[in-house]
Design a binder for this molecule. Sequence first.
Ligand code: ATP
Length: 206
Amino acid sequence: MIGILGGTFDPIHYGHLRSALELKELFELEHVRLIPCAQPVHRDSPTATAAQRLEMLQIATENQTDLIVDAQELQRAGGSYTFDTLTALRHDYPKTSLLLFIGSDAFNNFTTWFRWRELFDLAHVVVITRPNAALNPLDDFLKIRLTDDRPILKRELAGRLFFQEITQLAISATAIRALIVTQQNPRFLLPDAVLDYLSHHQLYQR
Ligand code: ATP
């Protein structure tokens, strides 16, 4: 089984890294792929360039072989669609379960995503929730895919919806950028090597 965690990663931080590792262990995954988006479809443009966000991901995961940086969305022209990404991964891994991890915030508008129903032909969808989080009611298409049977995610290659609680660290890229703009120190929220990169490239400064 392979996990997929997409995001802007502007910049990558310990919230991303900790949850990727926890999910890898929880679902006994071969690896988790961290996939930076080029042109986010559902949000404003990132502050760092695509090349910089990619470089920071590579720096942050350098000694962690079970976290793989996948630059495919940066190499494709145009917007980043999960449908295209999963299609490419399904082609590369025809016989492996794919687990698409989605934060519960993003999942709340999941049914507006490009070809969202077809994503279930390609992967399972695992929604990452905070303990006791309130969730929007599911429509029937999603309801029939819902399972709490973890082993089924391995037996079947795609098609299920699973909710997984994890203890998310209260770290966001937005907060890190805000600290830097106001000349405060974001140390211990992200790897030192990434912080050095930010300073060197004077990223997120006013
Ligand atoms: P921003 O503050 O710029 O919106 P972010 O910190 O939320 O960024 P993204 O790159 O948008 O980071 O997130 C990528 C993925 O990581 C999303 O699925 C998001 O839900 C998840 N994520 C972000 N922060 C955390 C965190 N602290 N713990 C666990 N998951 C996180």
